[in-house]
Write a protein that binds this ligand. Structure first.
Ligand SMILES: [Zn+2]
Ligand SMILES: [Zn+2]
Length: 182
C-alpha cells in the first residue's frame, strides 16, 4: 500500500475540512492555522511563500490594489466598472448621502387598493404600508415565519411566476406587519 502523502509543517495527511494554501515556491500545501494565514486573507496574497521558503525567498507577495470600488481589486479594466456594494468607495458614498425620511416615501394604502393590477401598473418601487387588511385577499404568514423562511421562498423563485408573486407578498408582509404584530 502506498504511503499517504503528508503536507504542511505538521506533516499530516490531507483533511478536506481544513483550509490549506499552496506555497508557490516548494509547491507543498499548508494549513492556514499552521502558518497563520486566515482563509479570507488568502485572496489578498498573490504569491505565497511558506515559512520554509520565506527564509530564502523573502515574504509572500501581496496583490497590488488597483481600486477601492471593486471586490476584486486586481481587475485589469476596472475603470469602467460600477461601484460594488460593500466596497470602501460604496461605504463612503453611502455615508455622504442624505436620505428622505420614511414618512415621505411610504405609501399608505388600504388592502383593497393593493391589487395585482395596481402593482402591475405602478410597479413596486416604494414601500407600501397597508393600513387596513380588508380586501387584500391574502393571509399573514404564521407568527413563526422568519428570515429563514424568506430564504426558502426566494429559492423557489426559479420555479415559476406564481411562486415569485407569493414571495414578493411574503417579504412584504414580513417587513411591514411583523413589527406591528410582535
Ligand atoms: Zn499543518
Ligand atoms: Zn514553500
Amino acid at each position: 500500500m502506498a504511503a499517504v502523502p503528508l503536507y504542511c509543517v505538521c506533516r499530516q495527511p490531507y483533511d478536506v475540512s481544513r483550509f490549506m494554501i499552496e506555497c508557490d515556491i516548494c509547491k507543498d500545501w499548508f494549513h492556514g492555522s499552521c502558518v497563520q494565514v486566515e482563509e479570507h486573507h488568502a485572496v489578498d496574497i498573490d504569491v505565497y511563500h511558506c515559512p520554509n521558503c520565506d527564509v530564502t525567498q523573502g515574504p509572500s507577495l501581496m496583490k497590488k490594489r488597483n481600486n477601492w470600488h471593486r471586490h476584486d481589486y486586481t481587475e485589469p479594466d476596472d475603470g469602467s466598472k460600477p461601484v460594488q456594494a460593500g466596497t470602501p468607495v460604496f461605504i463612503k458614498e453611502l455615508q455622504n448621502r442624505t436620505f428622505t425620511s420614511g414618512e415621505e416615501i411610504l405609501r399608505r394604502m388600504k388592502g383593497e387598493q393593493v391589487t395585482p393590477k395596481y402593482l402591475e401598473r405602478q410597479g413596486f418601487n416604494y414601500p407600501i404600508v397597508i393600513t387596513e387588511m380588508e380586501g387584500l385577499g391574502l393571509k399573514l404568514p404564521a407568527p413563526t415565519f422568519s428570515v429563514k423562511d424568506v430564504e426558502q421562498y426566494v429559492v423557489s423563485i426559479s420555479f415559476g411566476h406564481h411562486k415569485m408573486r407569493e414571495t414578493v407578498f411574503c417579504c412584504f408582509f414580513f417587513v411591514f406587519f411583523q413589527p406591528i404584530l410582535s
